[in-house]
Design a protein around this ligand. Structure first.
Ligand code: GLC
Length: 549
């Protein structure tokens, strides 16, 4: 196992719109991040992953880019960005940007040109198919509902968009387009950026026959077998690596919808020379029911554990995992995998321990370090996210039970993770002087950074402790991993070991006390989220780390 800085680093993810507003327009900005850099540094993290901050009409909050080389004025523009990067580097923090290269905005000059005529030089930067206005080329459905094909009257063709119609897919078959993307990456590396998270990178190579999807195929299968892992994906990633990534000492993590155990190792193993890590979604789609994300079923805990073990094994010693439980596209981790009521504090600490003791680079999403929770608005109008709103409209059109659907929205909406960061109990949670672009979670008076700073027993202080613990013990970073109780319905118990040390980590993922006794004789308890530790029982959501001799 080779050791490198990005393996031993911890990443903190920022969703800039919701982090901190300094200009008083209700939208977070880069000056807000600069203001909070000392706070971020105090956690002990090494890298900040910044969700997209480029110019964008914001149909999908920045995941629709209209200028890849310009920072949006809304966020403070290029001046604020240069200042942020300098301030971060001064503190030894690295910056990972978000590259959205599967699609651009329809307002990008390339698309504005492309749609004008078939002989326009930019036409081939996108994916077009002949047809008539009432018959799309195939039955593909967008991730955000509706056909993936949009009619362009000017050329009498359809263009492909796997996401919204304002996010036309780029044509990676075109070598000139690929060069443009590599030049963009190079532009940011030359500026001093330390890495990229690559948005839906598994989707860039299309199955160009554009065959219909079988009617009964689940969304997860469509992703894996139809949209992702296309025939040229590894050719493109190798080319990107050779042309630009390999020239810098940077970190890459590819977002990989549809990347499963079978495909994962090829994206990240050392020999392949493509990416450093991927985000797979095997554990985050466990609650998708027969009708997908908004038809949720309970998380199967045994499968949840098995997924971590199987990925660990599949990546072996030549690949490296990313450890995350949520981000800006999923619910709050304490609401989804913990208990955000009675055991919020305990379960948030347990989840922090999971993040910091599994093998792989841990990713913390903003606000999870204070145990922020989901929201449950009683009206769809309080939701902003294009995915949630489109899913709602589709459910209404299909005549679904909308009270039931609202419950699914409470559980699954991406807006759960996008409410403003709760800094204090001041108006608007101290996020902004102005009404925020999205409502704050009503619980901000109790759950906020100020309160957490003052409480020595807070989730925030626990994060600092557990981060420091991981850093103090390379075994927790590089050591081997084995699940010792894979079939237990409540306990997740694993060992991490190498020549230096052996650790046993045990978590009780449940609201009930659970019998358990340590059998190893020589041990010392080095961390727990309870002050009193019982000899034969784990309390609800208890988490412990032992060092074994
Ligand atoms: C990724 C992003 C998500 C976005 C989508 C389309 O999944 O994380 O926020 O909507 O790609 O770009």
């Amino acid at each position: 196992m080779t050791k490198t800085w990005w393996k031993s680093s911890i990443v903190y993810q920022i969703y800039p719109r919701s982090f901190k507003d300094t200009t008083g327009n209700g939208i977070g900005d880069l000056y807000g991040i600069i203001e909070k850099l000392d706070y971020i540094q105090s956690l002990g993290v090494d890298i900040i992953w910044l969700c997209p901050v480029y110019e964008s009409p914001n149909d999908d909050n920045g995941y629709d880019i209209s200028d890849y080389r310009k920072i949006s004025e809304e966020f403070g523009g290029d001046v604020a960005f240069d200042q942020l990067l300098a301030e971060m580097h001064k503190r030894g923090l690295k910056l990972m940007m978000d590259l959205v290269a599967n699609h651009s905005s329809d307002e990008h000059p390339w698309f504005q040109q492309a749609k004008k005529g078939k002989d326009n030089p930019y036409h081939d930067y996108y994916i077009w198919k002949a047809g008539s206005p009432d018959t799309p080329p195939n039955n593909w459905q967008s991730v955000f509902n509706g056909s993936t094909w949009e009619w362009n009257a000017e050329t009498e063709e359809y263009y492909l968009h796997l996401y919204t119609r304002k996010q036309p897919d780029l044509n990676w078959e075109n070598p000139q387009l690929r060069k443009e993307i590599y030049a963009i990456i190079d532009f940011w590396f030359a500026k001093g950026v330390d890495g990229f998270r690559m948005d839906v990178i598994s989707l860039i190579s299309k199955r160009t026959e554009y065959k219909d999807v079988p009617k009964d195929m689940s969304f997860i299968d469509v992703m894996e077998k139809v949209y992702a892992n296309g025939p040229k994906i590894h050719t493109y990633l190798k080319e990107m690596n050779q042309e630009v990534l390999s020239k810098y000492d940077i970190v890459t993590v590819g977002e990989g919808p549809g990347v499963n155990l079978e495909h994962g190792p090829r994206y990240v193993s050392d020999q392949e020379k493509e990416l450093n890590m991927v985000f797979h979604f095997d554990h985050l789609t466990l609650d998708f029911g027969p009708d997908g994300k908004y038809d949720p079923v309970p998380v199967d805990f045994i499968r949840f554990k098995a997924i971590f073990s199987q990925w660990d094994e599949a990546l072996g010693t030549t690949g490296w995992n990313s450890i995350f439980l949520g981000n800006h596209d999923f619910s709050r981790i304490v609401s989804r995998f913990g208990n955000d009521g009675e055991y919020r504090e305990k379960s948030a600490k347990l989840l922090a321990t999971v993040l910091m003791t599994l093998k792989g680079t841990p990713y913390i999403y903003q606000g999870d370090e204070i145990g922020m929770t989901n929201v449950s608005h009683d009206h769809i109008d309080a939701y902003d996210d294009v995915e949630t709103r489109n899913a709602w409209a589709a459910a209404e059109a299909a005549g679904k039970d909308m009270d039931q659907f609202l419950k699914a929205v409470h559980w699954q909406s991406r807006d759960n993770a996008r409410t403003p960061l709760q800094w204090s109990d001041a108006k608007n949670a101290g996020f902004s002087q102005h009404t925020p672009w999205i409502p704050v979670n009503e619980n901000y008076a109790q759950i906020n950074v100020d309160a957490a700073e003052k409480d020595p027993n807070s989730i925030l202080h626990y994060y600092r402790k557990i981060i420091a613990l991981r850093k103090a013990h390379p075994t927790l970073i590089y050591g081997e991993y084995k699940d010792l109780l894979p079939a237990d319905p409540h306990l997740y118990c694993y060992k991490r070991w190498d020549q230096e040390a052996t650790f046993l980590v045990i978590h009780n993922f449940s609201d009930t006390p659970t019998n358990w006794k340590l059998t190893e004789e020589n041990h010392s308890l080095i961390q727990s989220n309870y002050s009193e530790v019982l000899a034969t029982e784990l309390s609800p959501w208890e988490s412990r780390i032992y060092s074994l001799d």
